[in-house]
Write a protein that binds this ligand. Structure first.
Ligand SMILES: Cc1cc2nc3c(=O)[nH]c(=O)nc-3n(C[C@H](O)[C@H](O)[C@H](O)COP(=O)(O)OP(=O)(O)OC[C@H]3O[C@@H](n4cnc5c(N)ncnc54)[C@H](O)[C@@H]3O)c2cc1C
Length: 540
């Protein structure tokens, strides 16, 4: 084990916006290693469409951005965190621009830039800085280029972090990392570690998240004993294309299309939204997602329809070229046919608890981005606040680590607990893969129906029982050899159990968590749901 050990100053797990921004902000002359489980750009960041929220307009101010964030957070957005993040927005957008990230502008004269600002639900001002409908791709490419140009950052692609190394003083000392191409397990010792592993969407039957979003960082932190919070607050996007997947994720049908007049209907053509909200198909995101889920459950159907045919065809093609082309590639001409749509898991507001410096409850372990719970979003996320949050906390984590790093200190390998050596196989093998696929399907359906958009006490209890059973099944059929699909499944079951545990501890409805047995907010629960291995007791 020691032979293949690597010693670095900073180990960054994940190459989305949070991991890359941390690396960019880390001190020069340090050994920085980024490990990432696919090729570098593959991340939720890469698919972000709308943009990044920042109060840059003349008629806007961080104070107004603060008010919108707190209002949407339904009593749980922490004011100090919201102040910090909204105040940093304009500076960070400018820094990205100076780094060469090409946001769409209205005017650029004498170094003065006027960004073209989008409007999204919940924001009372135009404040979404974007690069057309590919903001995440532009940011990911720009940051990768900048980080690579530093010359002192090593990136290991196709390397999956398996577990954190924790010494007897409960400090994080690195991670075990699996080289996916050789099957070799490498031990990386690090003075500081950042978890930037993104979201958890893959635990649900329908998700906008790519295949990497299996909640690995949250599961690793939980196993290591870190505090986890607010996992019940999962944001579901109401309209994604039903029945067609692109690399394990569904295709998003933008809210803007409803803004232009598209109407949600049941399969038999009934305009059902007015019965749920006076704004009909243009009601807020969580209301629409809930209404669709209720209709589907009531009617026993799998999708509803989004009818765009009242919109002028030339306008549809011109305004939504990507949606038009993608739907057409699946045989749906949206100028003439309604689009089958279903809500999909989109974003997790909870995660690894961090303070305002991105520090977790484990020493030397930081977390930032979607895997962290900074308490910015509270019970509901204001659109386009997540990219900004990732920047703020990755930067502050880097500042803190830069300040604390002690050059002379050497980490004694002997002091570190080694843990059992596990043997890895690259492929699960035909028979095992079939069992994994079956378990995965069961997990995703279970989470969709019992811990999805509309929850109930009995559903959550049933989910808990079934998840315990799945965990036992997983354990039984992997006596020695562990493959990548099994590692990811273990993490997904862990994360699913955390979502169910947090949801069960909130017998009320607030923000993104709706329990039909307790349909209203209850002020007794106006607090974060914080859990850890010590109080939940389970390890998958
Ligand atoms: C379709 C879509 C549209 C969105 N639109 C917007 C938007 O307009 N505005 C907005 O603010 N937010 C948006 N979001 C949310 C936002 O994109 C994410 O919250 C944000 O990009 C998360 O960044 P991150 O760096 O935390 O994680 P990610 O960008 O997901 O990066 C995670 C990284 O960790 C790696 N990783 C994971 N597990 C391991 C492991 N075990 N070992 C090694 N590496 C690992 C992954 O390979 C990846 O490199 C959108 C999300 C989606 C899916």
């Amino acid at each position: 084990m020691k032979d293949s050990a690597t010693l670095v100053d900073y180990l960054v797990i994940g190459s989305g916006i949070a991991g890359l921004w941390f690396a960019w902000k880390a001190d020069r002359n340090k050994r920085i290693l980024i490990v990432t489980k696919k090729d570098s750009p593959e991340s939720n960041t890469n698919y972000a469409q709308g943009g990044i929220a920042a109060a840059v307009a003349e008629n806007d101010a961080p104070r107004l951005h603060y008010q919108d964030t707190v209002r949407v957070g339904s009593g749980l957005a922490h004011p100090d965190v919201v102040t910090l993040v909204t105040a940093a927005g304009p500076r960070l957008v400018r820094e990205l621009w100076d780094l060469g990230i090409k946001f769409t502008t209205r005017r650029e004269t004498d170094g003065k830039v006027e960004f073209d600002l989008g409007q999204e639900g919940g924001h009372r001002r135009r404040r979404i800085v974007h690069a057309r409908d590919a903001t995440g791709f532009e940011i990911e490419q720009g940051l990768l280029k900048a980080v690579r140009a530093r010359g002192d950052v090593t990136i290991w692609e196709e390397h999956l972090a398996v577990d954190l190394l924790i010494d007897e003083e409960r400090k994080c000392c690195g991670a075990d990392v699996l080289d996916k191409s050789t099957g070799e397990l490498k031990r990386v010792y690090a003075r500081f570690c950042l978890l930037a592993t993104g979201g958890v969407g893959q635990v649900y039957r329908h998700t906008t998240n790519p295949a990497i979003a299996t909640g690995d960082g949250i599961a690793m932190a939980y196993r290591a004993g870190a505090r986890i919070a607010n996992m019940e607050f999962i944001q579901f996007h109401p309209t994604t294309l039903f029945g067609h997947r692109i690399n394990d994720r569904v295709f998003l049908i933008s809210e803007a299309i409803r803004g232009e007049g598209a109407v949600l209907k049941t399969i038999d053509g009934k305009d059902f939204m007015p019965a749920y909200h006076p704004d009909g198909s243009l009601a807020p995101r969580d209301v629409v997602a809930r209404a669709i889920a209720t209709e589907l459950a009531r009617r026993g159907e799998e999708f509803v329809l989004l009818d765009c045919t009242s919109i002028e065809p030339s306008k549809l093609r011109e305004r939504f070229p990507n949606i038009y082309k993608t739907c057409l590639s699946f045989g749906i001409d949206i100028t003439r046919q309604p689009i089958p749509v279903v809500p999909a898991a989109h974003y997790v507001c909870g995660g690894i608890v961090v303070n305002t410096w991105g520090e977790t409850s484990i020493k030397r372990l930081f977390a930032a981005g979607e895997c962290a719970c900074s308490r910015l979003h509270g019970a509901n996320r204001l659109a386009s606040n997540s990219l900004l949050e990732a920047l703020v906390f990755a930067e502050r984590a880097a500042m803190k680590a830069n300040e604390e790093i002690v050059e002379e200190e050497s980490i004694s390998f002997e002091r570190l607990g080694g843990g059992d050596r596990i043997s890895f196989i690259k492929e699960a093998g035909h028979d095992k893969q079939a069992v994994i696929d079956e378990l995965l399907n069961r997990l995703r359906n279970l989470m969709w129906y019992y811990a999805g958009i509309v929850r109930s006490d009995s559903g959550l209890r049933e989910a808990d029982v079934q998840l315990a059973r799945m965990a036992a099944e997983l354990e039984r059929f992997i006596p020695k050899n562990i493959s990548i699909p099994i590692l990811e499944l273990r993490n997904m079951i862990t994360v699913a159990k955390l979502i169910v545990a947090c949801a069960s501890r909130r017998p009320e409805s607030r923000g993104l968590h709706y329990n039909q047995d307790h349909p209203f907010p209850d002020e007794r629960f106006e607090r974060d749901t914080v859990v850890s291995k010590d109080d939940l007791g389970f390890v998958v």
